[in-house]
Design a protein around this ligand. Sequence first.
Ligand SMILES: Nc1ncnc2c1ncn2[C@@H]1O[C@H](COP(=O)(O)OP(=O)(O)OP(=O)(O)O)[C@@H](O)[C@H]1O
Length: 233
Amino acid sequence: MPVRLYLNSVGKSFVMHLQDGISLPVVSNVDFAVETGECVVLGGPSGAGKSSILKMIYGNYRCDEGQILVVRGPDDIVNIADAAPRRMLALRQDTIGYVSQFLRVIPRVSAVDVVAEPLIGQGADERTATARARELLARLNVPEGLWSLPPATFSGGEQQRVNIARGFIANYPVLLLDEPTASLDAANRAVVVELVDEKKAQGVAMLGILHDLDVRERIADRIIDVTNFRQAA
Ligand SMILES: Nc1ncnc2c1ncn2[C@@H]1O[C@H](COP(=O)(O)OP(=O)(O)OP(=O)(O)O)[C@@H](O)[C@H]1O
């Protein structure tokens, strides 16, 4: 399968400017690829650098060394490590999705509109996007009575499921999964496994952090141990 995402000698340290500029090394020489239709899971103990790697790919953290290449087509390769902020925002709209367990609540916007929004952002008409949003909310067992309400008052688990629907609705060639099943019940974890399988069938390249061993076992095609990239202090 063709490579969709390639991390080439990526390194990251945090410089603590308020503490005499101390440098905290996190990872170095991170080198791996994710192919289309594949789900790769980052493993390793707490603090190993799993989230930092995902955040560099999504552009939340600056990549200090190396390249993060997204292969969008034979002649269309973007290096996220040197993408300007405006370019990064465009990539977040059409190329890289991020599903975390936390919903960023937008005041006064209904759950169905929160979910539909990324698909509309990719050019879908409102009616199609809303229908797809309703379908996903139903699959994730969010009670129908809540769909027209803003999720601010929803329970933690309901907000999490709205967020998963929002993360899976759009058509991103690369999808980052940051503990999407944390604290979901078994039935909803199984729905997430199905959604991941559907994305694989569509050729989406996924990179995730999943502490839930059962879900990890079911969706990971490969596990990469991040301790291999530990940077010497
Ligand atoms: N913004 C930041 N500023 C300073 N240090 C940070 C920052 N983000 C992460 N770190 C440090 O980088 C190291 C790696 O953190 P990271 O969150 O990537 O690990 P992780 O493997 O995802 O851990 P966990 O499984 O606990 O979420 C940790 O030592 C952490 O303290």
